[in-house]
Design a protein around this ligand. Structure first.
Ligand code: DGT
Ligand code: CA
Ligand code: CA
Ligand code: ZN
Length: 571
């Protein structure tokens, strides 16, 4: 049970209490605890193992420490489970809508008795939301748009969110009687940015015992199907999970089959047919034979059709099988390849940690360098920096540099691209930066031709080094801007401007197909976290997942270089 999963349970408690009109101090206590738990870089389960009192943490009293202990020990919290029976389940879904949240959901419930997304949509269409105090016509429109988006994307869960359910479930399953092997297959294993459902695969001498153990998990709300070797369930979060138990001699074949993608499997089977072999989830069979010639390990299945093992992230039938047949399997980038983070914020703009805290956190991750990139002044709500404050910031950077010789601190700013494509900082200041980041933070709605022109104009500026989160999308929340991505990548390649893969799991921008295109066009790529807190530096792994899906190797990513080479390679 990791900290994210613990925080999620405590947050549900706070949300339900809020709906129930509980004592505000009590609600605050849970919200504070959520923040504290999320802020811990060390797993609280380890604190408990080592008998360190959780009450030493800010905002964690005796009761809260008891709660956390219970969650770590049992995977759930009886108090939360009890609370959830007291409100309609659909209210939680309602609260997760954009522009709603717990406070507004409660108001809608109190004033109009609305308990579900459907009921909310009906009321909004009838114009009844606008008349609720604190809502108004504009909010009503936003809520309707939010529901439409929720409907369009809502069925696919963000991979990072799915992880907070899947990892504890795997931990739980590892305690099943006699379990020998266990893995999450499907899109989860291929690390797609969103997940339709989760496909788990297990091996044990007594499969029915594993299924029984699985079904006892407290998160399971509905059992759609359960047999001796299979179960399909839904969790309270709406996530559907399939568990299959297979024989040890079929494990590799089943893992290939259920990892997919379907298109990849179809092509593998076709290669089998060409060799007189039949491939199924049970194994590889010769002709009409009953006897399997391979199936225990994935590599055996691939070998049977003359292929080396192919990493799950690229199993999409995008040429990986043909390349593997020629002996070309990419050595996909790994987290350890990254030498520094090239995009982060401090309290100088909207970050939550000081420069020194960010620097120390980067150094403790073994990085050789880091880029400090607060916002520019156009983003007033983030307390963006103008030339005067930037000069002041440089003084503080000099002081921190003196205290942290172990890491190179590169001076930067995340400069807004203004509506006409000009940059939100004077040229002489741009020249004083080690690295210049540029981003779109406004006018997302411009038509394609104008947006493209705006971006190209910005990239032409000779000081620009990196174009951050280029399409400005937020997965399931905000569509990418309309822009000729191909034209932008082409020009960036010519100019030597790098494009960012923003590792924040809500962004993952550029996405996998665009990154493939960037590589084809010879455009440089960097992977950065855009951290607003020291703990966000760990989001890097989501960027690595996405880069691997795009088939990127360490050599395709600039921040795998040592600092001198990096500075050379960046314009
Ligand atoms: P998802 O759940 O929509 O995020 O995507 P997947 O890839 O996890 O798809 P899912 O859960 O429907 O199926 C898991 C894997 O099982 C899929 O990647 C390949 C395999 N599979 C499922 N149905 C078929 C099928 O009809 N034919 C073949 N060859 N494979 C299938
Ligand atoms: Ca799936
Ligand atoms: Ca499935
Ligand atoms: Zn940023």
């Amino acid at each position: 049970m990791d900290n994210v999963a613990i925080a999620r349970i405590l947050e549900e408690v706070a949300d339900v209490l809020e709906i129930q009109n509980a004592n505000p101090f009590r609600i605050r206590a849970y919200r504070n605890a959520v923040r504290t738990v999320q802020g811990q870089t060390e797993p609280l389960s380890r604190w408990i193992e080592e008998n360190r009192p959780l009450t030493e943490l800010p905002g964690i009293g005796k009761d809260m420490a008891g709660h956390i202990g219970e969650i770590v020990a049992t995977g759930t919290l009886a108090y939360r489970d009890q609370l959830l029976t007291e409100i309609p389940r659909s209210l939680l879904e309602l609260m997760s809508l954009p522009h709603v949240g717990p406070k507004k959901a409660k108001k809608l419930y109190d004033e109009l008795g609305i308990t579900s997304v459907d009921a909310l949509e009906e009321a909004a269409k009838a114009g009844r939301i606008a008349s609720v105090p604190g809502f108004g016509e504009k909010t009503q429109q936003k809520i309707l748009a939010g529901i439409a988006d929720h409907r369009r994307h809502g069925s696919r869960m963000l991979l990072a969110d799915a992880e907070t359910f899947v990892e504890p479930l795997l931990d739980w399953l590892r305690r099943s009687p006699g379990l020998e092997r266990l893995e999450a297959a499907g899109s989860y294993r291929r690390r797609r940015e969103t997940i339709g459902d989760v496909d788990l695969l297990a091996v044990a001498p007594d499969p029915a015992a594993v299924i029984q153990h699985f079904l006892a998990h407290p998160w399971i709300e509905k059992v759609a199907m359960a047999g001796d070797t299979r179960a399909t369930v839904s969790l309270g979060s709406g996530l559907q999970v399939d568990l299959r138990a297979v024989a040890p001699e079929s494990y590799g074949a089943a893992l290939v089959y259920f990892t997919g993608s379907k298109e990849h499997n179809v092509k593998l089977r076709r290669r089998g047919v060409e060799r007189g072999l039949r491939i199924s989830e049970y194994g590889v069979f010769r002709g009409d034979g009953e006897e399997s010639i391979a199936g225990r390990e994935e590599a055996d299945v691939y070998a049977a059709v003359g292929l080396p093992w192919i990493p799950p992230e690229i199993r999409e039938d995008l040429g990986e099988i043909e390349a593997a047949a020629q002996g070309h399997v990419p050595r996909l980038i790994r987290r350890e390849d990254v030498r520094g983070d090239l995009h982060m914020h401090s309290t100088w703009s909207d970050g939550k940690c000081s420069i020194e805290e960010m620097v120390a956190a980067c150094a403790s991750r073994g990085y050789g360098y880091m880029v400090l990139s607060d916002h520019s002044k156009a983003l007033a709500m983030t307390n963006g920096l103008d030339a005067r404050r930037l000069r002041e910031q440089w003084k503080e950077i000099d002081a921190v540099r003196a205290r942290h010789p172990e890491i190179r601190i590169l001076r930067s700013l995340e400069v807004d691209i203004l509506a006409d494509g000009s940059l939100d900082l004077e040229d002489e200041m741009l020249a004083g930066l080690d690295v210049v980041l540029v981003s779109l933070h406004s006018r997302f709605e411009l038509p394609e031709a104008r947006q493209t022109e705006r971006v190209l104009r910005a990239l032409e500026h000779p000081e620009v080094s990196i174009f951050c989160h280029p399409t400005a999308r937020l997965i399931n929340r905000r569509r990418p801007v309309e822009m000729d991505v191909d034209a932008v990548l082409r020009r960036a390649a010519e100019l030597g401007v790098a494009v960012e893969l923003n590792a924040n799991p809500h962004r993952l921008d550029l996405k996998d197909s665009h990154l493939r295109r960037a590589k084809e066009l010879g455009c440089k790529v960097v992977i950065s976290t855009d951290a607003h807190h020291t703990r966000d530096l760990d989001l890097l792994r989501h960027g690595i997942d996405q880069a691997r899906r795009a088939g990127l190797e360490a050599g395709d990513v600039l921040n795998t270089l040592e600092v001198e080479e990096l500075v050379q390679a960046l314009r």
